[in-house]
Design a protein around this ligand. Sequence first.
Ligand SMILES: [Zn+2]
Length: 260
Amino acid sequence: MLYSKLFGKTKKEVKEYDSISHKLLTQAGFIDQVASGIFEYLPLGKRVLAKIENIIKEEMNAIDAQEVLMPLLHPKNLWEKTDRWNSVDVLFKVKSQWSNEYALAPTHEETVTPLAKKFINSYKDLPLALYHITTKFRDEKRAKSGILRGREFGMKDLYSFHTDKKDLENYYQKVIDAYLKIFKRCGLDDIKITEASGGSFTKKFSHEFNVITPAGEVDLIYCSNCSFAQNEEIAKEKNNCPKCGHKLEKNRAIEIGNIF
Ligand SMILES: [Zn+2]
């Protein structure tokens, strides 16, 4: 298609935004802001999203995850059942004119668990891994950093079900490897993985994937020699990498994925 026909042209000047990505993507005609934290993707931006989604789907399918599509509108009772209706501070709540209340989903444990329960009848149905790629909502008090921290954004989420802890641990490592492949295929080579310290089950199995960039929105202490990284608050007292002994560095980073 001719560039002259393309909807969304490069702009010489755009106003100043709080993040460089917001400015450059607007200037290059990839996105357009509707309101704070709410964006439209123009044809160029949509092409990028489709390419990333294809990479993600290939790597998820390669670890036997199956794609589904779950709703964005969640009945209040599902979130009351998990005790998260009031405890998730960014939960978007909407009231129907017929007086039912709903959450606009920021995550899908509340629907995927009842769904899996309906179809898992024996250990032979396990392991089971389901994922989807869809819009998420966060009722941010102050949306910032362009598409990095919006009120509405796209996300891939994967949920897995196992017969025992060992099977979960094996699959957990497979997912880490799959995520690293996805990031590499997207052109992100230098990924730092934060590991929460402490021995509890949930802490042991919680990893964040970060890419180091001056345009980042969090501070990260990391090793330039291996993939070790920790959030600033817990790593303050350390000077050297606990894994390889190399001197630790500090820089801005963007969180691009997590597993728990
Ligand atoms: Zn290291």
